[in-house]
Design a protein around this ligand. Structure first.
Ligand code: F6P
Length: 543
């Protein structure tokens, strides 16, 4: 492990104490007061980079808080840590790995040597192979074993090997080849695969087995079942035309029976949740073509370049990450709702759940010492306007304060009457109501009977970040995701945690294997009293 000041306890920073004091001092100041006091605030707190407009004017912060947050970033050495990441230093200390998803989207020809290897050449070699393959599938040059053109692509993977491609598939549907259907199987629940297989024809289906390790239980179980299904329809020899792999583990890919000529590799310095722009994005590339994928990478890179070079006061990911720290650690806001006003971003909240919570859901610092402050917020959400008719009641009048990221896309791909304006009117209305609320006087002034005034009062003061993009195309999607990736990085750097490991997911996998042994044999359970009772109940009921 490398010694690094970033692992130190951040509470010893002067700016940390300033922020704690400011949180107490400004507790009585509302977002409405901040907005009304300064007409220049929306302009002053709106930032733009790579086509993304980030409006922080509805956050619960003033100039003093912003200054202190930036001082904290400086004291913590966040930008030095950023440079270390970009240079390929092993900032994932608990796994002793570089963190280089940014290398996946650098333009060709800019050498980057990491651990003695020219990363740039390797990345662009794989991209070129992916491009040839994706275009062959799209043009019908890559055929199934019986000569049929591929019409369905089934990605089998889970976590980072599923959520990014599944999210991008929906997000970029307007730019996708409509002659192909895309399916994403992740759950070990046999229903996931079974229902998918009912929808596709073995002769025209391509399976992408996407797994960084090629050992993940769910993925390998589903991959083997899909393989058996294909073999029983078309015979063993058909496998090579219908299965390709995306992995870092060539040995396991071969063992599975996929020729490594049909394997697209990536590297241990790409974390699963940061991998949708690696070969894990093969389904995305087949959908939008090599050019579309290149535009997405360009969007990622534009935000990377901004993060790498913009001054702290203009740096969107830095500011967004600092605001997240302010809300979570200093204001005690436990959750962030992601509210995209775009049906194409239907799976964006699910994608962000892994990105944010697997990265920053940690309670020890890099050096193993325990934190005594709050870290990663809970992320969740649904697209608007649907969410308005389900959980927004709690957002507006519940006892918990939820921070909200409202995402607006200005240009629709599907103009239909005034529906796009209706959509955006709702997004802006919610941002206004969540942040400003409605006072008792305003409610009463409407002629509301006194008994109903408390029920109709809207406390407001819910922090809102408004993220606006012109059009949800591949470039914008890349830039949007990179914005969140780097915001997550900034938060982890302030908290001193390793945002790139995920030890917390391991134990559950191990215990499940032990329980599986009991479920698939006559062995008596001897795990713990509650689990043993649940095992017995399940065994009784499944008969
Ligand atoms: O269980 C968590 C995890 O390791 C994620 O971090 C990862 O994205 C997912 O499992 C899938 O892993 P793999 O790509 O190796 O199958």
């Amino acid at each position: 492990m490398t010694g690094s000041s970033i692992a130190d306890d951040p509470t010893t920073c002067a700016a940390w104490n300033t922020l704690a004091a400011l949180a107490a001092e400004t507790a009585g100041t509302t977002i409405r007061q901040l907005l009304d006091a300064d007409p220049a605030r929306p302009n002053a707190l709106t930032y733009e980079a790579a086509g993304i407009h980030l409006d922080l004017s509805r956050q619960r912060l003033d100039g003093a808080v912003l200054d202190a947050l930036l001082s904290l970033a400086e004291e913590r050495g966040v930008l030095r840590h950023r440079d270390a990441m970009l240079a390929g230093e092993h900032i994932n200390v608990t796994e002793d790995r570089a963190v280089l998803h940014t290398a996946l989207r650098r333009p060709a020809g800019e050498p980057l040597v990491v651990d003695g290897v020219d990363v740039d050449t390797e990345v662009h070699d794989v991209l070129a192979r992916m491009g040839s393959f994706a275009e062959a599938v799209r043009k019908g040059d890559w055929r199934g074993a019986t000569g049929g053109r591929i019409t369905a692509v089934v990605n089998i993977g889970i976590g980072g090997s599923d959520l990014g491609p599944a999210m991008a598939h929906i997000a970029l549907e307007a730019f996708s080849d409509r002659a192909l259907s895309f399916h994403f199987v992740s759950n070990v629940d046999p229903t996931d695969l079974a229902e998918t297989l009912r929808r596709v024809d073995p002769a025209t289906t391509l399976f992408i087995i996407a797994s960084k390790t090629f050992t993940t239980l769910e993925t390998m179980t589903n991959a083997n079942a899909a393989r058996s299904w294909l073999v029983s329809a078309l015979g063993e020899d058909a496998v090579e035309r219908h299965f390709v792999a995306v992995s870092t583990n060539a040995e396991k890919v071969s063992e599975f029976g996929i020729d490594t000529a049909n394997m697209f590799g990536f590297w241990d310095w790409v974390g699963g949740r940061y991998s949708m722009d690696s070969a894990i994005g093969l389904s995305t590339m087949i959908a939008v073509g090599a050019d579309g994928f290149a535009r997405m990478l360009a969007g990622f890179h534009a935000m990377d370049a901004h993060f790498a070079t913009a001054g702290p006061r203009e740096n969107l990911p830095l500011l967004m990450g600092l605001v997240a720290v302010w809300n979570r650690t200093f204001l005690g806001i436990e959750t962030t709702a992601v509210l995209p006003y775009s049906q194409y971003l239907a799976r964006f909240p699910a994608y962000l759940q892994q990105l944010t919570m697997e990265s920053n859901g940690k309670s020890v610092r890099m050096d193993g010492t325990r934190v005594d402050y709050e870290t990663g917020a809970i992320f969740w959400g649904e697209p608007g306007t649907n969410g308005q008719h389900s959980f927004y009641q709690l957002l507006h009048q519940g006892t918990s304060t939820v921070a909200c990221d409202v995402v607006v896309v200005a240009r629709t791909e599907n103009p239909l009457g005034h529906q796009q304006d209706m959509l955006v009117a709702n997004a802006l209305a919610q941002a206004a109501v969540l942040s400003r609320g409605r006072t008792a006087e305003e409610v009463a002034a409407d002629g509301t009977p006194a008994a109903l005034v408390p029920h109709k009062l809207m406390p407001g003061n819910r922090p809102v970040s408004l993220i606006t993009i012109e059009r949800l195309d591949p470039f914008a999607l890349g830039a949007l995701i990179a914005l969140y990736e780097h915001s997550v990085f900034v938060q982890g750097a302030i908290w001193g945690i390793d945002s790139f490991d995920q030890w917390g997911v391991e134990l559950g996998k191990k215990v499940a294997m032990g329980i599986l042994g009991v479920l698939t044999s006559d062995a008596e359970p001897d795990i713990d009293p509650a689990t043993d009772a649940s095992v017995a109940l399940y065994k009784r009921l499944r008969r």
